[in-house]
Design a protein around this ligand. Structure first.
Ligand code: PEP
Ligand code: MN
Length: 344
């Protein structure tokens, strides 16, 4: 922690602050420049962060040196973390995030019915996806729109998982349902709208399953990392971060994908980072270019919505890829991944 004093701060003011810091059990490094005096606090600054240092007379600003997202930070854990959703059965393979391979999660926006889910799961597996996505509990802006099949949706996801051996990624919106959703899900998704639902973050932190944490639509990357911190702080080290576009003034796209979020997050944190170009762009023709860009920028994976009949999809049809378009995208991802020295 560095305390910058105002021009003309008096010796008494400096002494008052340094005495206080020593009272808190920390050492002080005083640097008297021509213009200003700077006080450095030496030792674990954690407990000092809550103290109102700004209110001391003579203080101009207070700057923390350590990151507020301690457990998510690269300072705390310099090597990249690898998050693994184990293979559900002998038909499948684990989904690994944060290693050399670029891992693709694909599936419908919502689970709609058995036939369509099975068709999509078979197609995305054949194309090389490593995990199946599908919402059973859907966070919809309108209460009048399809809310998901809920319990029945989870049962269908369990069937698809058993049939294809694909680990399942599905959203949980309510802390009271975490245990139930975790019984089916291999990765618990916390959606953009719930990124700062702190009770939910604590609950998924205790669920014993990897968590896919999506960036809130108006959240900074620091806020995303602080939300990850809630999960990590419960003892769950398996958090995957997801850039899914943020709100800007642009209207040609549903959201604006912050591609620079990928290298920034990779620099700041050891956690795996993926991109969702489907919600990020909102248009099927923009999904592949942004997915390729995400991989080129260093993303550990992408999550893509796929539907065999987008026109009749119950949710997010305009951004769904047809299975055959998804297959083309998988080959492109392979090419980009290899070009930057990763495997697909
Ligand atoms: C989703 O992935 O199903 C979803 C609702 O996305 P987001 O939370 O990013 O809007
Ligand atoms: Mn969707």
């Amino acid at each position: 922690m560095i305390i910058v004093l105002k021009k003309g701060a008096t010796d008494e003011q400096v002494e008052q602050i340094t005495n206080k810091i020593k009272e808190w059990g920390l050492a002080v490094h005083l640097s008297r420049g021509i213009e200003r005096t700077i006080i450095g606090i030496i030792g674990d600054e954690g407990p000092v962060r809550a103290k109102p240092l700004e209110v001391f007379p003579g203080v101009e600003s207070v700057m923390p040196v350590l990151k507020p997202y301690k457990r998510a930070s690269r300072d705390f854990h310099p090597d990249p973390s690898v998050v693994t959703a184990p293979a559900p059965n002998e038909k499948g393979r684990p989904a690994v995030f944060g290693a050399s391979a670029v891992t693709v999660i694909a599936g419908p926006c919502s689970v709609e019915n058995r036939a369509s889910l099975m068709k999509i799961a078979g197609a995305v597996k054949a194309a090389g996806a490593r995990a199946l996505r599908g919402g059973a509990f859907k966070p919809r802006t309108s209460p009048y729109k399809f809310q998901g099949l809920r319990e029945a949706g989870l049962e269908l996801l369990a069937e698809a998982k058993a049939e294809f051996g694909l680990p399942v990624v599905t959203e949980v919106m309510d802390p009271r349902l975490v245990e139930r959703v975790a019984a089916t899900a291999d990765v618990l998704q916390v959606g953009a709208r719930n990124m700062q639902n702190f009770d939910l973050l604590r609950a998924v932190g205790q669920a014993g399953k990897p968590v896919l944490l999506k960036r809130g639509m108006s959240s900074t990357l620091e806020e995303l990392l602080m939300s990850a911190e809630y999960v990590l702080n419960e003892g769950n080290p398996d958090v995957i971060l997801c850039e899914r576009g943020i709100r800007t003034f642009e209207t040609f796209t549903r959201n604006t994908v912050d591609i620079s979020a990928v290298p920034v997050l990779k620099r700041e944190t050891h956690l795996p980072v993926i991109v969702d170009p489907s919600h990020g762009t909102g248009h099927c023709d923009l999904v592949a270019p942004v997915a390729r860009a995400a991989v080129a920028a260093g993303a550990d994976g992408v999550m893509v919505e796929v539907h065999p009949d987008p026109a009749s999809a119950l949710c997010d049809g305009p951004q769904a890829l047809l299975p055959e378009t998804f297959e083309v995208l998988m080959r492109e991802i392979d090419g980009v991944a290899k070009a930057i020295g990763r495997s697909a």
